[in-house]
Design a binder for this molecule. Structure first.
Ligand SMILES: [Zn+2]
Length: 106
């Protein structure tokens, strides 16, 4: 499994659902853990890499040094959720070759 196999949208939706409470990346017993928005059994390293990628894209704010994270959705992240029919994975750098006019579907 790689970062690109984890869709952005559920993570963004999860952060919106926290209504301003900071997200962390702790165990599932923490209700505000972003782990809830990722595939079951996502390894910590990959989970943090994914969050780091989303922070780099400026759709999420937070820290991936290994502390609790304090993840929040940004205005850009909220905007992305509002785009109709947008598959968030299109935004991943790894998928830059897939775009309008290529005839490919994800
Ligand atoms: Zn930190």
């Amino acid at each position: 499994m790689q970062c690109k196999d984890i869709p952005d949208r559920p993570i963004l939706e999860f952060l919106v659902g926290l209504k301003g409470v900071w997200g962390n990346w702790f165990a599932l017993r923490f209700e505000n853990s972003v782990r809830h928005a990722m595939p079951k059994g996502t390894p910590d390293k990959l989970l943090l890499a994914k969050m780091r990628m989303m922070i780099r894209r400026k759709v999420v704010e937070g820290c991936c040094c290994g502390c609790r994270g304090d993840f929040v959705i940004t205005e850009k992240g909220t905007d992305e959720l509002l785009l109709p029919h947008q598959r968030a994975v299109v935004f991943d750098e790894a998928h830059f070759e897939v775009g309008p006019g290529t005839g490919k579907t994800l």
